[in-house]
Design a protein around this ligand. Structure first.
Ligand SMILES: C[S@@+](CC[C@H](N)C(=O)[O-])C[C@H]1O[C@@H](n2cnc3c(N)ncnc32)[C@H](O)[C@@H]1O
Length: 392
């Protein structure tokens, strides 16, 4: 798991004259702090909406949200003097000094690791920490992932299709991914499976009116992706598995088996789509003392955990699971708080791996021709949503 930084393997289409590494430490993010025994924190890293101006407020018009979506990946900073002239810049390149600074921060974090006893407890009670999280935040924490259809056209491969099409989201939470899928993809023969190891999350998902209205097309159940309990899904039956900010919550030593078991559910030609945290993301560098569990794996103040992937981590794991890379790319974004003149470097990874057909051939990459209607907020997306749209 000790791989080169995602930032180092970035290919970019534009360069950003980089600020001094000190810009990382000028962030206004609050520190994570509570020891294990204390009440979970109210604030989690992603609660700072200003960290991502792409996170449209829930009452922003559909047109505005659609316009924002089309801008992802096209805002290049070519003149550093203009950095505070817009809220976000795409494909920013990290300079060697900045990468060195990030590695130094991680080396320092490793000097004060969480004790073995606490590490074991966080693992044994992982589901309980997420249950507490959902009991506290209900459906109000994450925003609906309305960017999904522009990033992953596989979720709606063609308009007006009536072909049987089966999608599974492990780690579905309260439905911020599956509900927009059900809302947008109107194929009557779509089947969406949604699972989470937090029984509270699954309960909240099942209570939403949209889920209840969609029961013919959707099934939700409690399942831990690290367990060997069989899935109620036939092997070789799924067109798509979508994993959004879930694998990072799993102990790295259990990730490979979990991915191998999931890959078996895909049909030949099926695709595994994943978006998650990348190595040296701002939120990794912000962890203070006594938060590191193992290399690049940390515990938050509320007991939930997060791993920061390199591209190689994911490539190696998904390849060993029998899948073949279609793409594996970093989303390196500079988010700017113009009012406070703060720069925040975010790193996410987005991948698509496919299961080969029996003769070893691969499906043709999907180019979306579907006209995706502007997404509306699903019932899971409360106006109090606190996470950034492209973020956790
Ligand atoms: C950041 S949330 C993302 C939720 C959802 N994928 C979304 O897009 O909104 C991570 C979710 O992963 C779930 N999770 C973490 N570890 C899991 C595991 N071992 N098995 C199943 N779900 C897990 C948590 O309960 C939580 O709901």
């Amino acid at each position: 798991m000790d791989q080169p930084s995602a930032a180092t393997s970035t290919t970019t289409t534009a360069t950003a004259p980089n600020p001094l590494p000190a810009s990382h430490s000028t962030s206004t993010f609050s520190s994570q702090a509570e020891p294990l025994t204390e009440r979970p924190t109210q604030k989690r890293p992603m609660e700072h909406d200003e960290s991502n101006p792409d996170a449209a407020p829930a009452d922003t018009s559909d047109e505005q949200q659609a316009a924002k979506r089309t801008r992802f990946g096209t805002r290049y900073l070519e003149d550093e003097s203009q950095v505070f002239e817009q809220n976000a810049w795409d494909n920013v390149e990290w300079d060697p000094e900045q990468i060195e600074y990030a590695k130094k921060v991680v080396r320092e974090q490793a000097l004060t690791m969480v004790s073995e006893a606490d590490r074991e407890r966080y693992e044994a009670e992982a589901g309980e920490f997420w249950n507490k999280f959902y009991s506290q935040h209900d459906t109000k924490f994450f925003k609906d992932r309305n960017w999904l259809f522009t990033e992953f056209p596989e979720l709606m491969p063609s308009e007006n299709s009536t072909d049987s099409y089966h999608i599974f989201e492990p780690g579905c939470g309260v439905g911020n991914t599956v509900l927009p899928i059900l809302q947008t993809n109107r194929n009557p023969n779509l089947r969406v499976y949604a699972a989470d190891f937090s029984a509270r999350a699954v309960e909240l998902l099942k209570e939403t009116p949209l889920f209840q209205a969609e029961q013919a097309r959707c099934q939700a159940f409690v399942h831990d992706i690290t367990s060997t309990d069989p899935y109620p899904i036939p092997e070789g039956s799924l067109d798509v598995i979508i994993i959004i900010f879930v694998l990072s919550a799993v102990d790295p030593s259990k990730m490979q088996d979990a991915m191998t078991r999931l890959a078996r559910l895909l049909k030949p030609g099926g695709a595994l789509l994943l978006r998650d945290y990348g190595r040296h993301d701002l939120t990794q560098l912000r962890f203070k003392k006594n938060k590191m569990l193992s290399d690049n794996f940390y515990v938050r103040g509320d007991g939930t955990r997060v791993y920061f992937f390199s591209q190689d981590d994911l490539d190696s794991m998904l390849t060993k699971a029998g899948l073949v890379k279609e793409f594996n790319r970093p989303d390196n974004r500079l988010i700017v708080n113009r009012a406070k003149q703060i720069k925040m470097y975010r790193v996410w990874l987005q991948v698509k791996y496919v299961k080969p057909f029996a003769d070893g051939s691969l499906p043709a990459p999907l180019v979306s021709t579907a006209v995706v209607p502007p997404a509306t907020s699903s019932p899971a997306s409360g106006s109090g949503s606190k996470s950034a749209e492209m973020d956790e």
